[in-house]
Design a protein around this ligand. Structure first.
Ligand code: ADE
Ligand code: ZN
Length: 319
């Protein structure tokens, strides 16, 4: 039996497996520039975050209808459930779809077809987190938040993702303030490729309650002390870090040192279709390669529920 856990860092578009990409391409008459799934898989060699994002955005072309988003989310939830995920807080990138002529309504309604019945169908409770693309303008983020008004009953929080370096959190101060006023929870990617100062800025300027990745905090001992003191959860993604070359090898991943330092770490999959594994695969990889003890693994699973945006009664049911 896999350890029950919550997944807190998961981009639904990053769960698009090659087989589903080709199925949706055929259904929607979209031509992919790859002969077959094997040819597509050979493109999964990334040298950094941007080289991955290029493919990630390209493959989104196959997602066009509500049913496509429902099929995508259902496929993820089935895989996640099989790996012990009991609760998933799922990111999506509305601007990437709106820019292709797919409306926010199509995306949210489609995802909701799967999420709305996920507890019943998969035994996985869910929350939806709408991310802004940090390499787009602050005005575009504000327009996207405005466009989300009819769907706010389905959206728990906001996040910030895409190309990090050169796009500091400060750029999004206004939209995070507006989201807070609407009662939305706040997270942001920081310290994946960007410097530790972006983590500090995400906390101080955006008021985030969790930091996505946060890996590079380890370069700043004072920041580590603060994150420990304030019990700020970090949503780490070990297999992602290897594939996007944030670390050279999994054996060199700082997760053990982060746990030893007292950081509230969680283990997640980020974009599992691209990075070689879902939540349980990430747990298995850190157990085997970083030799984490059973106690440490249980701590990571416990942290995932502590860091989730669950009410007490929801948390009890999810565990
Ligand atoms: N979008 C999807 N995956 C991402 C990641 N790992 N970092 C930033 N943006 C992303
Ligand atoms: Zn991510």
């Amino acid at each position: 039996m896999p350890l029950p856990k919550a997944e807190l860092h998961l981009h639904v578009e990053g769960t698009l497996e090659p087989e589903l990409a080709f199925t949706l391409a055929a259904r929607n008459g979209v031509r992919l520039p790859y002969a077959d799934t094997d040819a597509l898989r050979t493109a999964y060699r990334f040298k950094d975050l941007q080289s991955f994002l290029n493919l990630y955005y390209e493959l989104m072309a196959v997602l066009r209808t509500e049913q496509d988003f429902a099929d995508l989310a259902n496929a993820y939830l089935a895989r996640a459930a099989a790996q012990g995920v009991r609760h998933a807080e799922i990111f999506f990138d509305p601007q990437a779809h709106i820019a292709r002529g797919v409306s926010l309504g199509t995306v949210v309604e489609g995802l909701w077809r799967a999420l709305g019945s996920s507890e019943r169908n998969h035994g996985v409770s869910t929350k939806l987190i709408m991310c802004f693309l940090r390499d787009e303008s602050a005005d575009s983020a504000l327009e996207t938040l405005q466009a989300a008004t009819p769907y706010l009953d389905r959206i728990t929080g906001i996040g910030l993702d895409s190309a990090e370096v050169g796009h500091p959190p400060l750029k999004f101060r206004e939209v995070y303030q507006a989201a807070a006023a609407l009662g939305l929870r706040r997270v942001a990617h920081a310290g994946e490729e960007g410097p530790p100062a972006y983590i500090t800025e995400a906390l101080d300027v955006l008021g985030v309650e969790r930091v996505d990745h946060g890996l590079r905090c380890m370069e700043d001992p004072e920041l580590v002390e603060r994150l420990v003191r304030e019990r700020v959860p970090l949503t780490l993604c070990p297999l992602s870090n290897v594939r996007l070359r944030a670390v050279e090898t999994l054996a060199e991943h700082p997760l053990p040192a982060m746990l030893d330092a007292g950081l509230l770490c969680t283990v997640n999959s980020d974009d599992p279709a691209y990075f070689g594994g879902y939540a349980g695969d990430n747990f298995d990889a850190v157990r085997d390669t970083l030799h984490l003890s059973e106690d440490r693994l249980r701590e990571l699973a416990r942290n995932s529920f502590l860091a989730a945006f669950l009410e007490d009664d929801e948390e009890r049911r999810a565990r």
